[in-house]
Design a protein around this ligand. Structure first.
Ligand SMILES: [Zn+2]
Length: 326
């Protein structure tokens, strides 16, 4: 268990941590990695911890999380660890600056590290410019590209990176993690959060940490509890408040999906598999209002809406057509 040589604090992904640990210990790290997989799996957390392990100044088990380097990386202030994140678009000027920074000698650390979240946000010109760095990385450079999928990146970029695919984390592991972090939560709440997270520890964390999300979910449940009786006008009014932006809409659709899947599972007598276990009585009431083929149609419509959301910016129109259907 080489993983044990380091203080990784990541939920799941043990084979990835093993491989990275072995690469560090054997001095066989790749110059460039592409971490890919759906959001909320821990790709950025893994990239940051890898950077901390490499730059940590402690002589003990790394990362110590206490030394200046570990803390600077956590706070995005480390002079030799450049992090580009939260960007809808990454232009060529930003890539040129990053390249300039990588070309300088490390200020006071063993490595020059660059982490680019949402790498496919690089424009075509930016990706082309970045290729040069990937082909001839200066000195002790480690580049970590992070992306939800391999789409949107030039094949020449992908082929120069070691690809590490992140997959969904087992529900039990997410539950254990939540339990260790939030001792105030009851077992049923932990179970529901772990189920709602759908294999993504980051989503589970966001749901616990973000009271807005919890409120949004409560609103959705409230809305659903009287959906068949609500007039179209009431539905649209509620919709315009709930679909402020793309993120809110994505979340809304995900909750909708778990809700109708639960109704279907209840109809099929598979109570053990439902997600929203804290709302069982409401679900039972709701289930009596729909027939199985109706629920299946709605689920298909939600899935189609999720797909269209990727390409269509008109959120309101999309949701309105969905709700007319429900
Ligand atoms: Zn440290």
């Amino acid at each position: 268990m080489r993983k044990k040589y380091f203080n990784w604090s990541i939920v799941g992904h043990s084979h990835i941590l093993e491989a990275l640990s072995a690469a560090i210990l054997n001095n066989r790290l790749s110059h460039a990695y592409l971490f890919w997989g759906p959001s909320g799996l821990g790709k950025m957390t893994t990239a940051l911890q890898l950077a901390q392990i490499l730059q940590c100044q402690s002589k003990d088990k790394k990362p110590c999380l206490k030394c200046a380097a570990c803390q600077q990386i956590q706070n995005r202030l480390h002079p030799d660890t450049q992090i580009i994140e939260d960007k809808e678009s990454i232009n060529i000027e930003e890539i040129r600056m990053l390249q300039h920074n990588l070309s300088l000698n490390p200020y006071n650390s063993p490595y020059k590290i660059a982490i680019l979240d949402n790498a496919s946000a690089m424009t075509f010109e930016a990706q082309n410019a970045f290729l040069k760095t990937l082909e001839e990385p200066p000195g002790k450079t480690i580049i970590i590209l992070i992306n939800k999928e391999d789409a949107g990146l030039l094949p020449t970029i992908i082929s120069r990176c070691q690809i590490i695919g992140f997959s969904l984390v087992a529900k039990e592991q997410i539950k254990e993690f939540l339990k260790s972090k939030f001792s105030q939560l009851k077992d049923q709440q932990l179970e529901e959060l772990a189920r709602l997270a759908g294999g993504r520890p980051g989503l589970a964390l966001r749901m616990v940490d973000n009271s807005e999300l919890v409120e949004q979910r409560k609103e959705i449940v409230k809305f659903f509890s009287c959906l068949p009786e609500n007039s179209y006008l009431e539905r649209f009014n509620w919709l315009s408040q709930s679909s402020k932006d793309k993120k809110a809409t994505e979340l809304l659709l995900e909750f909708l999906l778990t809700w109708f899947r639960d109704l279907l599972l209840l109809k099929l007598g598979l109570i053990d598999l439902i997600t929203n276990i804290t709302h069982l009585s409401l679900l039972k009431k709701e289930a009596s209002l729909y027939k199985i083929p109706e629920i299946k149609k709605i689920i298909n419509k939600i899935l189609k809406t999720q797909e269209s959301l990727k390409y269509n910016a008109n959120l309101k129109l999309l949701l309105e057509s969905l709700f007319l259907f429900i």
